[in-house]
Design a protein around this ligand. Structure first.
Ligand code: ADP
Ligand code: MG
Length: 685
């Protein structure tokens, strides 16, 4: 019965595009919200909704910091407080310096007025609400940078503790700065907004509409940021900081940006919130507020814009609407059955408990929240897989063009030493990679190969030496700058952005080659849109190089890919950055012989297009196939260098590979042979 009804109801929508269906849903929702005060003319409930709007915008701001960039901020309410006090102080009768002629220009702009309360003339600040919204966003954003800067190097627990501290400090400052904030007694007489001469006063409806506008605005901003270069950079940081920086994301810049924009949302909300209340005390911004906002984000879905809106709305309505109604009902029942406890119980006091329970349940049963940020694309089924022609080699290479031929050396590693405490991982290593060449580095485990890549890409510091790339020093540069110069790498233990899709991973590889910043993303400039379109096409082209391996899986999160495919995505991501040299750290590790052969061919194709390659590889047949020059490392020393077949015969190399036992074995064999020769007697030598 139910399903039949559902079918009938769904029929008109069945043929709609998902996008138009979404648009229709949004339209209906927007209409319902816009008309809400008309069909539900209860001032208290409209006020609850206006209040909920404030929490939705706060949660959206926190979502940028925690959900997008993955920075756990436990003191987010501090920014909210700063917004509140910014508007509060600049409109309430709190700070009133003595009037002098200097204030004249500001008075002409309507920012202050001259008042007289008996005694000398005083200045009364009269900042307009509409001006205060963007101004507070800017001011709190500046505080976001201020608080963010010292905490940037921290991650996880440490960051949480420091932000917790900031969250505590800010209200204390407001409490103690009596002369400006009226201390613990709080601000009074904060001005209500006026619009075209109409004073909002204490009627909830106009605030509700302002709240609705702010929610719509900040949803829009969140989505625009999320779906472009900036959002991808944040998510890359969230997923894997190291990989993000080696793919060109400036960690400091983008973390600060997340802090600043998140804070800006809170500052704007603060203005709105205090305009409704027309009063504020420092106690309103304690840890509970930050914690509640975090629960809203977790409930809705970290990083999910609509999820966070829903989470914040549900929890706020629960507090201001459902629980009081429940009280009322329980008290009624209590009166009817004559139970004292039921008559006096206050469910609103259980809010914290409910939050705690929600958090526990979400962690146990639905970590991704009510509306998950990434919609899972299912893996291909058997039929889909069977339908694919598996192709090796590179296809569609004409699309990626070729590298210009240069002469000389691309990379020169000179006397580079890296020490980890007492361990010398690299000792005065010299390596030269000619332009357009393929050089392989081999050596037993722990010989320093990956460390060599790490020092070239700026992940570990050198204790001496120099690394020149096309003549310019790389040592001392940050990983993202090194990528910008054209050095891209893969990792031995694949470092993709696991919860992002194949396409997103490869798009992040282009970060350094794109320009759109946060403002361009929000304003959707034609140049920005065109850039994004080109970026997506380029990503699809690069992914297409691997034949049908990745193309049908563009929308899948890389978490679900096979090992070999993850390696391919990592190479595609590096290629997307348009590198001049590609550093591959054991690219075929974990691949079967067929896949290994295929990848070797693909690497060869890249080389033929003119790409310079430095390769760490264990499989000697791959090395022989690809490399013109082979460098052998052992215990941080370069023990041999030369063409692959020559190096293969080198006694010292064999010894390094076979190890001590092998060497003893070889020695024993040699001794035996000598003995046998001696026993044969002279004349047979
Ligand atoms: P390979 O890639 O040749 O197997 P690595 O370069 O990974 O070798 O490691 C070389 C040596 O340096 C090993 O002994 C390893 O334990 C050590 N090492 C590598 N990275 C670090 C680090 N970050 N801190 C301390 N020791 C390290
Ligand atoms: Mg290694």
């Amino acid at each position: 019965m139910y399903s039949a009804t559902k079918q009938v109801l769904a029929r008109p929508f069945a043929n709609m595009q998902p996008q138009s269906r979404q648009a229709l849903g949004l339209l209906v929702l927007a209409a319902a919200l816009l008309l809400f005060p008309f069909y539900h003319a209860n001032d208290a409930d409209i006020a609850s909704m206006a209040n909920a709007a404030a929490y939705v915008t706060l949660a959206l701001g926190l979502n940028i910091v925690v959900g997008f960039a993955g920075l756990l901020d436990l003191g987010y309410a501090a920014f909210f407080a700063i917004g509140v006090y910014f508007y509060g102080v600049l409109t309430a009768y709190q700070v009133m310096p003595e009037w002098s002629g200097y204030w004249g220009p500001l008075a002409a702009m309507g920012l202050v007025e001259k008042i007289n309360q008996g005694g000398p003339d005083l200045v009364h600040f009269t900042l307009s609400f509409w001006l205060a919204l963007p101004a507070a966003a800017l001011v709190t954003a500046a505080f976001g940078v201020l608080f963010g800067a010292p905490t940037l190097r921290l991650r996880g627990d440490y960051l949480a503790i420091v932000t917790l501290g900031f969250g505590e400090i800010v209200p204390i400052v407001f409490r103690n700065a009596d002369s400006v904030t009226n201390g613990a007694a709080g601000l009074n007489g904060v001005a209500s907004p006026t619009l075209f001469g109409f004073d909002f006063g204490v009627d909830a409806t106009p605030y509700y509409y302002v709240g609705l506008f702010l929610v719509a605005l900040l949803i829009y901003v969140s989505i625009r940021l999320r779906d472009g270069r900036v959002g991808r950079a944040w998510m890359a940081i969230r997923e894997d900081e190291t990989a993000a920086s080696t793919m060109g994301v400036d960690l400091v810049k983008y973390k600060l940006l997340a802090f600043a924009i998140g804070a800006g949302f809170a500052g704007m909300t603060g203005v709105y919130y205090v305009a409704i209340l027309q009063t504020a005390t420092p106690d309103m911004f304690n840890f509970n507020v930050s914690a509640m906002l975090l629960v809203m984000v977790v409930l809705g879905g970290m990083g999910s814009v609509w999820g966070v809106v829903l989470g914040a709305f549900l929890l706020q309505i629960m507090q201001s609407w459902l629980l009081p109604d429940l009280n009322w009902a329980l008290h009624g029942i209590g009166a009817a059955v004559g139970n004292d406890w039921l008559q006096t119980v206050d469910m609103v006091k259980t809010t914290q408990l409910i939050f705690g329970l929600i958090l526990v349940f979400m962690m146990l049963f639905r970590r991704e929240g009510l509306i998950p940020a990434t919609r899972k694309t299912p893996p291909l089924d058997m039929q889909q897989q069977a339908a694919q022609v598996q192709r090796g080699g590179f296809v569609g290479m004409e699309k990626i063009g070729h590298w210009e031929l240069r002469s000389g050396n691309a990379l020169e590693v000179k006397d580079v030493t890296v020490k980890f405490g007492g361990l010398t991982a690299l000792n005065k290593i010299n390596i030269v990679v000619p332009e357009g060449g393929v050089v392989a580095v081999i050596g037993p485990n722990g010989s320093g190969k990956s460390t060599l890549f790490n020092v070239i890409t700026g992940l570990v510091r050198a204790d001496g030496g120099s690394i020149l790339f096309q003549g310019a020093e790389l040592l001392g540069l940050a990983p993202h700058t090194i990528l910008e110069k054209g050095v891209a790498r893969t990792f031995q233990n694949i470092r993709l952005f696991p919860n992002l899709t194949v396409l997103e991973n490869v798009l992040i590889g282009q970060h350094a080659r794109l320009k759109t910043g946060p403002i361009g993303a929000v304003l959707q400039s034609p140049a920005g849109k065109a850039e994004e379109k080109r970026a997506r096409q380029w990503a699809v082209d690069i992914i297409g190089l691997f034949g049908n391996r990745l193309t049908p899986r563009l929308g899948q999160t890389v978490l679900g890919l096979s090992y070999a495919n993850r390696r391919r995505v990592e190479i595609a991501r590096a290629l997307a950055s348009q590198p001049k040299i590609l550093l591959l750290d054991e690219p075929t590790a974990g691949m079967n012989p067929n896949e290994t052969l295929e990848l070797a061919e693909q690497i060869k194709s890249l080389h033929e297009l003119g790409l310079t390659i430095l390769l760490i590889e264990h499989k000697l047949d791959v090395v022989t196939r690809l490399a013109q020059n082979v460098i052998v490392l052992d215990h941080g020393e370069k023990i041999a260098e030369g063409p692959a077949d020559v190096v293969r015969q080198d006694e010292e190399v064999l010894r390094a590979y076979l190890g001590r036992a092998g060497r003893d074995h070889v020695a024993a064999m040699a001794a035996k042979a000598a003995e046998a020769a001696a026993a044969e007697g002279p004349g047979h030598a």
